[in-house]
Design a protein around this ligand. Sequence first.
Ligand SMILES: [Zn+2]
Length: 266
Amino acid sequence: MNKTSILGVPVLMYHALDSPARPAGAKDVGEHRYILKVTQFADHLTYLYREKFKSFLLEELLDLGTWPDKAVVITFDDGHESNYFLALPLLRKFGFKADFFITTDWIGTDRYMTVDQIRELHKCGMGIGSHGVTHNFLSNMDEGEVKQELRQSMEVLSSITRGRIVSFSIPGGRVQPCLFAAAEQLGYRIVCASHPGLWKKGDFSFSIPRLALESGTDMNTYKFMVNGKKAYINKMLIRYNILLFLKKSMKTDSYEYFRKYILKRI
Ligand SMILES: [Zn+2]
């Protein structure tokens, strides 16, 4: 077993990109911290290219016998139109691939990708996965509603790509216990979560950790992420678990206050 097979592969989580000519928008104000400048994304890909990283689609990596060193997975959540206008040209320029998770009710709405744009991503060799129908948190749904989100979004996306949809990313990272069995039953092979960590070969593929890129992520932090620096990953995990505890035990206003406090200190 090589180093990557033991330590794992970073699965990066992006959302919208922003440029002066095409300012980003997000349905949820809370997501503004996830909007990156297109120049930041270009810097990330330049680094990966120079350091000879190779990007893989999630399903490709799942089926790959040996995971090479310097492997990385790039994912985008929500289906922002900037994924098509800003991310795709850069990915193609550097020869990288990415998986795009689409919220199907948002297709063709203001600042979100259209059917044709999603189809074009797919034609260019990008992965298309589901991010649910409504983006409502699965944790607030009963089993029937969770299955409906999984099934309906899969149907919509497979009719767009005329292919199988095998991956799902959990809206807001809010897990519902029945999700994994329901996803497997419907034919999904991969579920991406939002807790930080590296994807280790042989791990349960229905709760893949991801590393979130935020507007404030600087290049040094980015290098820690893609190189899987253990101290950094552990720090992110501690921060995530503290925030998760606060999220469960506080009202939204107090949570936002403490969240800012913790992000400054950890
Ligand atoms: Zn989302």
